[in-house]
Design a protein around this ligand. Sequence first.
Ligand SMILES: Cc1cc2nc3c(=O)[nH]c(=O)nc-3n(C[C@H](O)[C@H](O)[C@H](O)COP(=O)(O)O)c2cc1C
Length: 200
Amino acid sequence: MKTLVLTAHPDLSKSQINRQWFDALASAPGVTTRDLSRIGGPTMTFDLEIEQALLLAHERIVFQFPFYWYSAPPVLKAWMDQTLGNGFAYGPGGDKLKGRELVILVSTGGPADSYHAGGYNNFSMDELLKPFQQTALLAGMTYLRPFVFHGMAVADAKRIEASVSEMLTHITNPELDPKVKLSRLLKEIEENSGEVETAA
Ligand SMILES: Cc1cc2nc3c(=O)[nH]c(=O)nc-3n(C[C@H](O)[C@H](O)[C@H](O)COP(=O)(O)O)c2cc1C
């Protein structure tokens, strides 16, 4: 499975966690990484042909970003507005992303317990990430479980470092889609029951 990571950080050189994730993903097999701020430049302008060809060449698309005002930094929105066009991602003939997967990879400043009813952020990450989920659904993509790292405001170097391997396991997991995992498990059960019958 080929994975395309689109990283939306205003300045990765000043990042504490997304830079480490970006570097680890860049050297993972089967993963293509793109620093959107560097590629789009100050005007956040993208080459439609290049961006769409890259999407078509990968089965899993990852949006990586630090959580800014309950969303992504603006460079991701600029990329989406320019790339996910009518006839490509939606509308007549807009089935080019159908069947591909979308995974959100995000770090937040606030702690995990703030992202619940009653917490100071009130809403869960699943709720706050809904615009990305619906973007995927409109494009016919499968929206998968996001990888969320909470509490950057107080995270120490050890916790950040430990997140790198957890993040890699999540992002490169070929069975992140529960349907894919379930069909493998059902197949195994079927094969095992065949073996039991043969033995009997
Ligand atoms: C403009 C701005 C907005 C932010 N908004 C949020 C937010 O809505 N919720 C939150 O938990 N953290 C927020 N943060 C904290 C960032 O999510 C945190 O600094 C980031 O995840 C750290 O990632 P980095 O080390 O890769 O830069 C915000 C930070 C900035 C600079």
